[in-house]
Design a protein around this ligand. Structure first.
Ligand SMILES: NC(=O)c1ccc[n+]([C@@H]2O[C@H](COP(=O)([O-])OP(=O)(O)OC[C@H]3O[C@@H](n4cnc5c(N)ncnc54)[C@H](O)[C@@H]3O)[C@@H](O)[C@H]2O)c1
Length: 420
């Protein structure tokens, strides 16, 4: 039976949401092609999906694609502060139940995940692995129906690999994040641009001349550093991996331990997927007026309890800016309650980049159904043919052609006999 239960902020926001979903759709040509095919072929006919994703205009277009493919899909949010309430309302009007309210507390967040799971999923779509973890720990009786799942982000993939290593992963999951057409574009250009966008919208700061400290030089860190540099900031990178630190040096950034950077930075951005990266010792030496933002998946990268313990008082000085006055008189500014700032203060990644991430999602869900029963309970990479297909379709949509290997080149590149 289809679970139609939904819980959203305000149904009257639907018409605004529909227009924004339509606007994003213009920038999602690959998803459009997939949706047209899904509508004809119905590859997900009768399949129940529970999806835990940021409720944004791009997610709406993925959900509509899966629905047109024949699935019955119920959505919940993958972060309490990323839901776009107008999009949630629009989706409900499109007969897709959504359980998500921007700013919901933790109890409501997990209640909504449980309602999504009441759909008795055959496929799970997750972003950060909260839905899959709840399914494995609290709702394990539902797992017998599950064919497989997909995971969108770095942090979720790390959690699922750990579940697999512990021998406790109960069904196959494809790591969407690890597709080249995902992390090279979504994490780098998507998070790069939208993190800067979120911080700008929250604070209206001028980036030129600011010392911007970026903690973590992974794919997201690469993008944020590139964009901050382009805006005239002096970028400092902190890392724990020597190769990535070296790469940051050669890319032209200053690299130093965070305890040194903490003394000079104007803006701090964490994007590591790690915990307490900005810790009490760092907060204790920061300059008066320093701004703190996180763009990693969970709100654990900045030690907020430590910040609270150092503070004498706290006030909300702008809608997404909390001013902490410390006992020694300094002020530190925490953006978006330490939640991923590109979604808390802006609209998340632009549609053009989510086009590729969500094309991978749709095609991998189709792949799961086609390979039903043939996959083991493991974390799988995105099949190479899907990754390449998404790149080809995106290039086509941009009107860009590329060369192909001649038979002679193909032979040369697969042989060992020919040298100097
Ligand atoms: N905001 C968004 O929309 C968005 C989008 C994609 C990914 N993410 C999230 O962003 C985070 C990073 O993703 P990624 O793809 O860049 O991951 P990644 O694994 O490529 O990079 C993370 C980097 O952080 C470094 N790191 C870990 N602990 C550190 C510490 N204590 N100090 C300094 N550096 C440290 C690692 O060495 C690594 O180089 C994850 O939580 C991911 O889920 C967010």
């Amino acid at each position: 039976m289809i679970n139609n239960q939904y819980d959203i902020k305000d149904p009257s926001l639907a018409s605004e949401g529909k227009k924004r979903i339509e606007w994003a759709y213009r920038e999602m040509p690959v998803v459009r092609l997939i949706r047209d095919r899904f509508a004809k072929e119905k590859p997900l006919k009768g399949i129940r999906i529970s999806a835990c994703l940021h409720i944004t205009t791009e997610t709406a277009n993925l959900a509509l694609t899966l629905k047109d493919g024949g699935a019955s899909i119920v959505l919940c949010a993958s972060n309490p502060l990323s839901t776009q309430d107008d999009v949630a309302a629009a989706l409900v009007e499109y007969s897709i139940p959504v359980n998500a309210i921007r700013g919901e507390d933790e109890k409501t967040y997990y209640k909504h995940i449980n309602v999504a799971l009441d759909n008795r999923p055959q496929l799970t779509v997750d972003d950060g692995a909260d839905l899959v973890t709840t399914l494995h720990t609290k709702r394990a009786e539902l797992i017998t129906d599950v064919i497989g799942g997909t995971e969108e982000t770095t942090t979720g993939v790390i959690r699922l690999r750990s579940l697999e290593r512990a021998g406790r992963l109960k069904y196959p999951i494809i790591a969407i994040n690890d597709a080249q057409t995902k992390y090279l574009f979504d994490n780098r250009y998507g998070t790069g641009q939208s993190t800067i966008d979120g911080i700008t919208r929250a604070t209206n700061i001028l980036w030129a001349s600011k010392k911007v400290v970026i903690c973590g030089y992974g794919w997201c860190g690469h993008g944020i550093a590139l964009r901050a540099k382009g805006l005239g900031s002096q970028v400092i990178v902190t890392e724990v991996e020597p190769v990535r630190a070296l790469e940051a040096v050669m890319d032209g950034y200053q690299v130093m331990p965070l305890i040194e950077a903490a003394r000079v930075g104007d803006i701090f951005i964490t994007v590591t997927g790690d915990k307490n990266v900005i810790d009490k010792a760092h907060l204790q030496v920061m300059k008066d007026g320093a701004i703190l933002a996180n763009s990693g998946h969970f709100n654990v990268e900045i030690n907020i309890p430590a910040l609270e313990s150092l503070a004498r008082s706290k006030r909300r000085i702008r809608p997404l800016v909390d001013e902490y006055t410390l006992k020694d008189g300094r002020h530190l500014y925490l953006l978006g309650e330490g939640r991923l700032i590109n979604l808390a203060a802006a609209e998340g990644h632009p549609a053009s980049v989510m086009d590729m991430s969500f094309a991978n999602q749709a095609l991998c869900l189709e792949y799961m159904v086609k390979n039903r029963g043939n996959l083991e309970p493991k974390v799988y990479p995105v099949p190479e043919e899907i990754d390449k297909q998404v790149a080809r379709l995106k290039l086509n949509s941009l009107g860009i052609n590329i060369d192909s290997l001649t038979p002679e080149q193909k032979e040369y590149l697969t042989s060992w006999e020919q040298g100097t």
